[in-house]
Design a protein around this ligand. Structure first.
Ligand code: NDP
Ligand code: MG
Length: 377
């Protein structure tokens, strides 16, 4: 799901390296029909789905006669995840739009390799509960969560004291609020260590990415918010750490390359060989750490607040952030107004303490309408 994006393309790269292990049954994207067609011709899946129906005719005509089924629209795209032949869904659509395919996949008993963190931010309770009931594995692809998942292997009986999520600090690490006032989208899109899609790159610059990851970690590993710490580690070599109740800490390290956590999620519990570049201590004489500045980068503080409040609050935070980031990327909102919009939404949108899945869809919709009304004025 999201095969044309940064994670999607790297997932296909992993498949290319292990053609004996993996078969691509489905490819799905939104707008990049040209790349989707190219991928379909290379991987020959059973079905190709495009969310944006405008591109359907082009897709259908290009794949005509190749024995590949084509479908269009959000609903048909999500339904491809229920097909019998599929074992695992790689959830790599960006934003709230990635939730529905994961929901359908879980209901159909498919294991999930989860890159789309927004899924757990919005509906963490529902997703983890349903997965448990149906014996579905949710295997994290997000590098920090993959690191923690790897550190927890073989530790089933050992209680965790806390986890420490590392973050590079993004391109604006150490900058004052004054300096951040006139940041442009192109400056925010220049990430120092990772190459990713535009939305998550802006989230990394505002530290909202770390905020979303704190919420993601809470649901994945069933922790209290007080057990989740964030530390800035500019070199992005230590991907995260777990501290156990005896005080011992385990970390997972490697060069920043998403193909590694993707491959691990696809082959878990096995490790497959890879030709990805190796870490060399000679190139990194020092690994450094510092506390995040939550008064300048308020989005991280807001995420902790939403997590502590619970209910539909993380869903409100997520929808407001998606809308605000979109407006910022279109030069319609200053960078520092992103947290202001989120804060207003968290105050104004009705709070639901134990939302159902349909109430979460409603919350997302209401929040987006409210942000549109703020942006208009
Ligand atoms: P990209 O923007 O690069 O790719 C997003 C993908 O989602 C594209 O294939 C896009 O299709 C598709 N898409 C977008 N909207 C829809 C929709 N409404 N319906 C169907 N498909 C849609 O994002 P990334 O790959 O960077 O990120 C994907 C997810 O993984 C995000 O949730 C992100 O937080 C998470 N993640 C990413 C990391 C990274 O290194 N990139 C690291 C950790 C997590 P199209 O291109 O055709 O429009
Ligand atoms: Mg991450």
């Amino acid at each position: 799901m999201g095969s044309t994006g940064s994670i999607g393309q790297q997932s296909l790269d992993v498949v290319r390296q292990h053609p004996d292990r993996f078969i691509v049954d489905i490819l799905a994207a939104n707008n990049c029909s040209e790349l989707l067609i190219k991928q379909a011709k290379e991987f020959k899946p059973k079905v190709v789905a495009i969310a944006n129906e405008k591109h359907y005719t082009e897709l259908k005509d290009a794949l005509n006669g190749l024995g590949i089924e084509t479908v269009a629209g959000d609903k048909a795209l999500a339904e491809t995840c229920t097909r019998q032949e599929t074992d695992m869904v790689v959830a790599a659509i960006v934003g709230f739009a990635g939730l529905r395919p994961v929901v359908e996949g879980i209901k159909a008993g498919k294991h999930i390799a989860l890159a789309n963190k927004e899924t757990l931010v919005v509906a963490g309770e529902w997703v983890m509960q349903k997965a448990k009931t149906l014996n579905v594995d949710i295997i994290p692809v997000d590098s920090e969560h993959s690191a923690i998942f790897q550190c927890l292997e073989g530790e089933k009986l050992n209680p965790v004291e806390k986890i420490i999520l590392t973050g590079s600090g993004g391109p604006f690490r150490g900058m004052s609020a004054e300096k951040l006032k006139n940041i442009s989208p192109s400056e925010a899109l220049r990430h120092p260590t990772w190459s990713m899609g535009p939305k998550i790159t802006v989230d990394s610059a505002s530290l909202m990415n770390k905020g979303l990851e704190v919420i993601e970690a809470k649901f994945l590993f069933n922790l209290d918010p007080s057990q989740i710490e964030v530390i800035i580690h500019p070199q992005s070599i230590i991907h995260s750490l777990v501290q156990f109740t005896d005080g011992s800490m385990k970390a997972q390290m490697g060069l920043p390359d998403m193909r590694l956590p993707i491959q691990y999620a696809l082959s878990y519990p096995q490790r497959l060989s890879s030709s990805f570049p190796r870490f060399d201590f000679a190139h990194f004489p020092s690994l450094t750490f510092e506390k995040p500045n939550m008064s300048t980068f308020q989005s991280l503080a807001l995420a902790y607040q939403a997590l502590r409040k619970g209910g539909n609050m993380p869903c409100i935070l997520n929808a407001a952030n998606e809308m605000a980031v979109h407006a910022f990327l279109n030069h319609n909102l200053p960078f520092l107004h992103i947290p202001r919009i989120i804060e207003q939404c968290m105050e104004k949108i009705p709070f639901v303490p134990s939302p159902s899945l349909s109430e979460l869809f409603e919350t997302d919709h209401l929040t987006r309408e409210f942000v549109n009304s703020i942006l208009k004025t």
